[in-house]
Design a protein around this ligand. Structure first.
Ligand code: SF4
Length: 166
C-alpha cells in the first residue's frame, strides 16, 4: 500500500497558495474559468499523481465516466494539454501540482528569476513574501513521489490513453 498522504497534502497546499494569492491580489490576477493560456503544454507527471487522477476518475458515476471518455476521444487544439477541452480542464478537481500554481509568482532561485502569467500583476512584481519557490516545490514533489513508491513519470497523453482503455 503506497503512502499517498504527502502528495495529497502538497496538492492541497499548492491550491491553498494560489487561492491566497488570488484573494490578496484579486484586482491583479486575471486567472478565471475559461482562461486556459497556461494549458498549452504537454506535461509529464509522477505516477503518484496519475494514481490520484485515476482514483478521481474511478470515483465518478458510470454516466460521468462515459461522458469523460467520450470527451477524451475528441481531439484537442494544437499545442493544448490532452485534457483541455473548450478551454476547460476536464480533470480539474484532480489536476497535478504543477497546474495548481500556474499564474502565481514562481521564483527560480538558481536563476534568480521570477515568472508569472503576463496577464497578471500588470502593476509590477508582488513582494517576495508572496513568491513560490519553484525548486523547493519540485523537491517536495519528488519526495512525495518517492515516499509513495510511485516516482516514475508518465506523459499525460499516455495516461489519457490508459483511461480510455478502461
Ligand atoms: S491537466 Fe488540466 S490544468 Fe493541467 S495543463 Fe492539462 S488542462 Fe491544464
Amino acid at each position: 500500500m503506497s503512502n499517498k498522504k504527502p502528495i495529497e497534502t502538497l496538492q492541497e497546499n499548492a491550491s491553498g497558495f494560489f487561492d491566497k494569492i488570488n484573494t490578496k491580489y484579486a484586482s491583479q490576477i486575471k486567472c478565471s474559468e475559461g482562461c486556459s493560456k497556461c494549458c498549452y503544454t504537454d506535461i509529464s507527471i509522477f505516477k503518484v499523481e496519475s494514481e490520484r487522477l485515476l482514483a478521481w476518475f474511478n470515483s465518478q458515476s458510470a454516466e460521468t465516466k462515459i461522458e469523460l471518455q467520450t470527451l477524451w476521444k475528441g481531439t484537442v487544439e494544437k499545442g493544448a494539454c490532452t485534457f483541455l477541452y473548450a478551454d476547460r480542464c476536464s480533470v480539474y478537481e484532480a489536476r497535478p501540482v504543477i497546474c495548481r500554481t500556474q499564474g502565481a509568482p514562481l521564483y527560480l532561485a538558481s536563476e534568480n528569476s521570477l515568472d508569472y502569467c503576463p496577464l497578471n500583476f500588470e502593476q509590477g512584481d508582488p513582494p517576495k513574501e508572496d513568491w513560490l519557490n519553484l525548486e523547493r516545490l519540485n523537491t517536495m514533489l519528488s519526495l512525495a513521489a518517492k515516499t509513495s513508491g510511485l516516482d516514475e513519470r508518465i506523459r499525460l497523453k499516455k495516461f489519457k490513453a490508459e483511461l480510455l482503455a478502461l
